[in-house]
Design a protein around this ligand. Structure first.
Ligand code: NAP
Length: 284
């Protein structure tokens, strides 16, 4: 049974991680503000991070805390940098003298998006946009400070029970409209929070280190994801394919950020289930 310090425990992924990790390990869950069963820890505050690591001496820190407003970051680069770059660096620095390991959650958006095939772990990154660049730099700091004792786990197109997400938005809009226009020229790998959290537990239990992709299998577009979600939900709303130019956003998005879990496949033979299966489990 390992001692785990979980950061960002009330986020969409953090909640699932908390639930899962607590079933087999001693977990101290933290969030920006104190809540019942959750201690306060601002990962941008190096002194507080150091004090908590000193007190708990965790075997692992699991960092699910992040600044995740992809478009908001374009006009708030300082916040994105503080949470996504300084935050993981603070965690890594505090852990370095203790021998503990850091599982840091990262994103498919670190890739530029011009590869035809899904990205594997050692493909070069090339983030575009403020949020993506901050996550890319966060990864770099973690590798720099803890070269031998990190697992950077990249996930993608996340949805789940807690927290606003694309699938939830599509289901809500389908209840209000007969037609939806959804972008059909960006490809990715939709991933269910429960499956991502389960993969992270396996990564820790197996002691897999380095960069690891943990996304459901297969790829689709946002339009493909919306159509499948509405089909599974029994909705009669029509989803029309539109182009990126027809749906302008503050932050640029990669054309293709699909992930292939090459490390998980090679190390523990793990094949995360296809995205359609995971989506069906979520919607049911
Ligand atoms: N969502 C996606 O589609 C997606 C895709 C790929 C990768 N990821 C990555 O997956 C991870 C989890 O994402 P998520 O969707 O679960 O995010 P989320 O729901 O936004 O959760 C992030 C959590 O971090 C907390 N937080 C923010 N600043 C903090 C700070 N300074 N100190 C401590 N906690 C802080 C947030 O608290 P507040 O709510 O109070 O701010 C929130 O509870 C992130 O690393 C993200 O980059 C997400």
């Amino acid at each position: 049974m390992a001692q785990i310090l979980l950061c960002g425990a009330r986020g969409m992924l953090g909640r699932r991680l908390h639930e899962l990790l607590a079933s087999g390990h001693r977990v101290v869950a933290t969030e920006l503000f104190e809540q019942p069963g959750i201690r306060a820890l601002d990962i941008t505050d190096a002194k507080s991070v150091e004090a908590m690591v000193e007190e708990l001496r965790p075997d692992w820190i699991v960092n699910a805390a992040a600044y995740t407003a992809v478009d908001g970051a374009e006009s708030d680069a300082a916040s994105a940098h503080a949470v996504n770059v300084d935050g993981p660096q603070n965690l890594a620095r505090a852990l370095a003298p203790t021998g503990g390991r850091l599982l840091h959650v990262s994103t498919d958006f670190v890739f530029r998006g011009d590869k035809e095939e899904p990205y594997v772990e050692d493909d070069p990154t090339g983030a575009v946009g403020v949020y993506a660049k901050s996550k890319e730099e966060g990864e770099r700091r973690v590798r720099q400070v803890l070269p031998e004792s990190h697992a950077i786990v990249r996930i993608a197109w996340l949805y789940g029970e807690d927290g606003g997400n694309f699938v939830q938005t599509m289901l809500r809009l389908a209840g209000e409209r007969e037609r939806l226009g959804v972008v059909d020229d960006q490809r990715g790998t939709p991933t269910y929070t429960r499956d991502a959290a389960a993969a992270m537990l396996k990564i820790m239990d197996a002691g897999i280190l380095g960069t690891v992709h943990a996304a459901n299998q297969g790829t689709t577009t946002w339009c493909g994801l919306a159509r499948e979600a509405l089909r599974l939900a029994g909705s009669t709303t029509t989803v029309e394919a539109i182009r990126t130019e027809d749906y302008p956003t503050a932050a640029p998005r990669p054309k293709n950020s699909a992930l292939r879990n090459q490390v998980l496949e090679r190390t523990i033979g793990d094949h995360m289930r296809p995205w359609q299966e995971a989506l069906a489990a979520y919607i049911s």
